[in-house]
Design a protein around this ligand. Structure first.
Ligand code: ADP
Length: 260
């Protein structure tokens, strides 16, 4: 093994420590610490307003934390020491490129086919050869169970299918971790299952995922670890069966009782 692979073998894919974030007077994250190992799924659970989405958006640097360190694979940023101006933006950009975000609803380009939507990022942002991006996109569309819909336009697809194109689009950039922000909350109930099934496949295929969801049963099945947040701190974390099946903290118990 080279030094780098040795280092990577012992180091978690995602490393978060001491993450703090305020919006004005509202301290939303009060010191978040967790790690996610390569090929695992981490699910963030907790009441509305507990800070789950802010953690996820911080990983993708859509929000800039006030303090704390985020490391994803080989890129690590200490936000308390983020230099001002261009150097800081460059560091944030490098960290952002390590993850791919799947939002609640995807704004696909309406006048482009499914395939063109998926290759946009690799070809335009990453300057990869078009043929290579097309070949990869076809594999990804198979993976999200849309192998036969590459030539369709977004308006011809159901909400669940559009969301699966959104997932393929995030994967096309080959991120080191895929972040899902309530990926099924904008869908009609009958379309939720197909999207969750695709996310479950990704986890089984070895993608590293961090997921904010209210789907507790899904979390129980898919998550390797569950982080339960309340009031901007992680109240409890551990294997999903333990945290969901046998929570130790009163706040976790109360939350689960309410939602299950
Ligand atoms: P959750 O995902 O657990 O529902 P969020 O991370 O979305 O929680 O929000 C946590 C808190 O931060 C909430 O009080 C919310 O109103 C506030 N918040 C989130 N984003 C912003 C923002 N861009 N500006 C101001 N307040 C925000």
């Amino acid at each position: 093994m080279t030094d780098t692979t040795e280092r990577n073998a012992e180091r978690a894919r995602v490393r978060v420590s001491g993450l703090e974030k305020s919006f004005g007077d509202n301290k939303v994250l009060r010191g978040i610490d967790f790690e996610a190992r390569e090929g695992t799924s981490t699910v963030l659970l907790g009441p509305s307003g507990s800070g789950k989405t802010t953690v996820l958006r911080s990983l993708n640097v859509l929000e800039t934390p006030d303090r704390g360190v985020i490391g994803i694979d080989d890129v690590e940023v200490d936000f308390a020491a983020l230099p001002p101006g261009k150097a800081g933006r460059r560091a944030s950009g490098l960290l952002r490129a390590q993850s791919g975000m799947v939002f609640q609803a995807h704004n696909l380009f309406p006048h482009r086919t499914v395939l063109e939507n998926v290759i946009e990022g690799p070809v335009v942002a990453q300057k990869r050869p078009r043929e290579e991006a097309v070949a990869d996109a076809r594999t990804l569309l198979d993976q999200v169970r849309l192998g036969d819909r590459g030539d369709a336009y977004p308006f011809q697809l159901s909400g669940g299918q559009q969301q699966r194109v959104g997932i393929a689009r995030a994967l096309a950039l080959k991120p080191r971790v895929v972040l899902f922000d309530e990926p099924t909350s904008a869908l009609d109930p009958e379309l939720v299952g197909e999207v969750l099934a695709v996310i479950k496949d990704l986890a089984a295929d070895g993608w590293t995922t961090v997921i904010v969801t209210h789907e507790i049963r899904f979390a129980e099945q898919v998550a390797d670890q569950v982080l339960f947040l309340d009031g901007g701190v992680i109240v409890e974390k551990g294997p999903s069966a333990r945290v969901i099946g046998d929570p130790r903290e009163e706040r976790t118990r109360r939350f689960l009782k309410r939602v299950l």
